[in-house]
Write a protein that binds this ligand. Structure first.
Ligand SMILES: Cc1cn([C@H]2C[C@H](O)[C@@H](COP(=O)(O)OP(=O)(O)OP(=O)(O)O)O2)c(=O)[nH]c1=O
Length: 210
């Protein structure tokens, strides 16, 4: 056992004992916790990572999103024991990276830009365990239907854009804006479950903690 471990012993339904590492969810997002719960995984601890989310000059959206997830995991690996799961979601339209809007004006301008337009939602997942980093990048293409100025105003007033990359949340009223989607719905909401389950299984974490 290394310092990074501190494992838990569990008995599976077939009666076999299985040792799994402690799981730390490195996220302040309630959605990521709910998504994990959807596949029967409950972290042993939740520890938000506070990092600088400014893109580097000339950094493309894929590299930026991967770097964010990696930096969240690296920041927490020095503070917590076990397997540390972090993710980052960004929206990209053309060459622009749309993060979480700073205010209502920025949310409005993101929605005007995305209205009627195809764009991509990228979610990077980083799992740090025993000195190694396991990563996945999941891309989803979405087209929003054209939005009227009144719809954009209503949505901005709803406040649902707050804390959401690109200024909208597909899981809420903006679900009604989505004309077409190809990729991972759970990735858009913040944690692509198929890929996350595979990463967790690599380090011995499977659904259902007692
Ligand atoms: C596009 C889109 C994004 N989002 C969310 C997912 C992410 O939580 C958020 C992007 O911000 P992130 O920086 O990825 O995550 P966060 O700040 O919410 O949480 P933490 O860094 O502590 O893990 O946007 C939705 O909930 N629905 C959507 O449709």
């Amino acid at each position: 056992m290394t310092n990074h471990d501190n494992p838990r012993t569990e008995q599976t339904s077939s009666g076999v004992f299985h040792i799994r590492p402690r799981l730390v969810l490195g996220s302040a997002s309630p959605r990521r916790l709910e998504l994990l719960a959807q596949i029967g995984i409950v972290p042993d601890a939740i520890l938000p990572a506070d990092i600088d989310e400014t893109p580097h000059r000339q950094e493309d959206a894929r590299n930026y999103t991967r770097r964010m997830a990696r930096e969240k995991a690296a920041a927490l690996a020095t503070k917590a024991e076990g397997a540390i799961l972090c993710a980052d979601t960004s929206v990209t339209a053309g060459r622009r990276i749309l993060g979480k809007p700073a205010d209502a004006d920025e949310a409005r301008s993101f929605l005007r830009l995305l209205s009627g337009r195809r764009h991509r939602v990228l979610t990077a997942v980083a799992l740090a365990h025993a000195g190694r980093l396991h990563e996945r990048l999941v891309e989803t293409t979405i087209r929003l239907r054209p939005l009227s100025p009144a719809e954009i105003e209503d949505y901005v007033h709803s406040g649902e854009w707050q804390g959401k990359a690109g200024g909208y949340g597909i899981q809420g009223r903006a679900g009604g804006f989505v004309a077409w989607i190809q990729g991972s719905y759970t990735g858009v909401v913040g944690l692509p479950l198929a890929e996350t389950a595979t990463l967790l299984a690599h380090v011995g974490i499977r659904e259902s903690n007692p």
